[in-house]
Ligand binder design. Structure first.
Ligand code: A3P
Length: 272
């Protein structure tokens, strides 16, 4: 190993650790792991396997960019390094910090129907409690307070994409942010990945044959250099059934916010 002039650690085989040129900023439960895994099929992509939480956790951010770089995989100079930390999207201090690192960073944001995302968010925390044999309230107990929707429930707030997107647009133009349709990535991953390849100006190397539908899992899995692999069992969980009246209220509530978000983006989704 030797230190190059720009203070990067260079491996004898010519690979080095590079700051990410592309970041998957969220959204939590949007399909961020699936997106990262699918992108990693591309030979010009090198991904950080774990969520780094550099820009949102003070104990990491204060370590500085050299520390951040050290968390990145070794890659060839022509490769794009990608990091994903879904909490970045909803953390208001993060856009300025990413801009401060590199204002040309390409941002990937994968979104899902806000109600679906919220239920997925609840389900994740529910399972975390179950694993530790801890009791956890029903989703209705979080959603309703004094007969009204409980806006203080964090999982609701994280689905208000309009609010969080505004924070990012203070620093990054829309041209730097590619929004991946997470619902479509579930149904037809190849078509969404092709758009990401184009956005990142990558040569088209990911093929339809890299994906196959696994009936047992109920999701697409990946064929990677002859090896088949599905996402971890924690991805693609069954969701609790929600009372239909409450569900309707949720859709009505999110619909207004969604419309504002569509205007901001100049693009619509099948959410309401
Ligand atoms: P559910 O488990 O609620 O279905 P994240 O990685 O951001 O936490 O997102 C998890 C979600 O990714 C899952 O939520 C699942 O719906 C979605 N997903 C998208 N494509 C998938 C795939 N091919 N395999 C498994 N989950 C996938």
């Amino acid at each position: 190993f030797k230190k190059s002039s720009i203070n990067k650690t260079v491996h004898p085989n010519g690979t080095l650790q590079q700051l990410p040129q592309t970041i998957i900023i969220g959204v939590r439960k949007g399909g961020t792991r699936a997106l990262l895994e699918m992108l990693s099929l591309h030979p010009d992509i090198a991904v950080a396997e774990s969520e780094v939480h550099f820009f949102d956790w003070e104990e990491h951010y204060r370590n500085g960019l050299q520390w951040y770089r050290n968390q990145m995989p070794f890659s060839h100079p022509h490769q794009i390094t990608v990091e994903k930390t879904p909490a970045y999207f909803t953390s208001s201090k993060v856009p300025k910090r990413v801009y401060g690192m590199n204002k040309f960073t390409s941002l990937l944001l994968i979104l899902r129907d806000p109600v679906e995302r919220m239920v997925s968010d609840y389900t994740q925390v529910f399972f975390n409690h179950m694993q530790k044999h801890l009791p956890y309230p029903s989703i209705e107990e979080f959603l309703v307070k004094d007969g009204e929707l409980n806006m203080n429930y964090k999982a609701i707030n994280r689905s208000l994409y309009y609010i969080h997107m505004q924070n990012w647009l203070k620093y990054f133009p829309l041209d730097n942010i590619h929004v991946v349709d997470g619902d479509k990535l579930i149904r037809d991953p190849f078509s969404e990945i092709v758009k990401v390849e184009r956005f990142l100006k990558l040569s088209p190397q990911i093929n339809a044959s890299n994906f196959y539908f696994n009936k047992t899992k109920g999701f697409y899995c990946l064929k990677d250099r002859g090896r088949n692999r599905c996402l971890h069992e924690s991805k693609g969980r069954a969701h609790p059934k929600i009372d239909s009246f409450l569900l309707q209220k949720l859709y009505e509530y999110f619909c207004d916010h969604n419309q504002k978000f569509f205007e901001l983006l100049g693009r619509t989704f099948d959410w309401c």
